[in-house]
Design a protein around this ligand. Sequence first.
Ligand SMILES: Nc1ncnc2c1ncn2[C@@H]1O[C@H](COP(=O)(O)OP(=O)(O)OP(=O)(O)O)[C@@H](O)[C@H]1O
Ligand SMILES: [Mg+2]
Length: 345
Amino acid sequence: MSNQVLISPEVLVPRLGEQLVEAGLLTPEQLKQALAYQKQCTAQGKPILLGNAIVELGFLDRPTLDRAVTEQILRLRAALEDANRHLEKRVQQRTAELEEALRKLSELNQLKANFVANVSHELRTPLTHIRGYLELMQTQTLGPLTTDQAKAIEVSLQAASRLQNLIEDLILFSLAARGEMTLTLKTVNLRQILEGIAPHVRAKAENRQITFQEKIAPQVTFVKADQEKIRWVLTHLLDNAIKFTPAGGQVWLDVSKDPASDSIVNILVADTGIGIPPERIQEIFEPFHQLDGSPTRRYGGTGLGLALVREIVEAHSAQINVQSEVNQGTRVSFSLLAAKGDETT
Ligand SMILES: Nc1ncnc2c1ncn2[C@@H]1O[C@H](COP(=O)(O)OP(=O)(O)OP(=O)(O)O)[C@@H](O)[C@H]1O
Ligand SMILES: [Mg+2]
């Protein structure tokens, strides 16, 4: 009996009594009586559906009640289908709006990349002329120089070099942003690259009273990489490590074979500097973003370095990892594929 109560179609229709009154099949008074009867049955431990109460009280016969219930179910289903159609339309609309917003955003990104590419190319040409003439003057091809003039030209050439580096970074960034950065993967001598950059790094570190140490495991020499780009990455990571470490601190570079695989070389650049709050580590890879973006910021730069470092490392199918603790220091690491010395491509 109780099973029958549960599976009756009536349970699908909410507010059945009011619906029957609205349809003119039941008077409000009859509904009141039926509800009272239902309550009474429930109190006696014989729960009953409202429809059954109405039939038992003789207010409606079973076929009329069933027809009313069926009609009501059909009406509800139609309303549900209508709501579904409406919802689907809204979802389609919102999807179209989001697609449009995304299209505009990538168009803007494209414009930004084009702008950076055009401006940096335009800057490169005049700078090449400036450098050319400064070099001619420095070698006294255009006439003898006084000591002061020679000094002024030296300083100007240094400034021009810095400007040129920045322009080259911007060009590389705009290529990466347009997905056009290409790698020339070769077997490169990592030891040689490090020997090439170490003197500059050491000089910069000494200048800031920072100790610089490099450790390259004896088994490591060759890796599969783009020589120029990896040199750039290492220089840049060491540059950051020195820049964000106060005097008296330490910076080190550690190159080792991966303990788990002979074909992987791990590279670590670490410092005992100011560190990065853990929740801001993702931010440091955003282009043109610096953690101290205030007008009074203490450290120079454009905030482009790590964005490019990541592009380059990822183009080598590797991942860049950062571990850092505020006022304790930062460790940046990535891996490269080891290569044998006699491989040439
Ligand atoms: N070793 C580090 N220790 C602490 N903070 C760091 C370190 N390296 C990077 N950061 C933080 O990440 C930010 C982004 O680094 P990124 O190299 O991209 O830019 P930058 O060094 O400020 O400028 P640029 O590299 O263009 O000269 C830095 O401004 C700094 O806030
Ligand atoms: Mg930097």
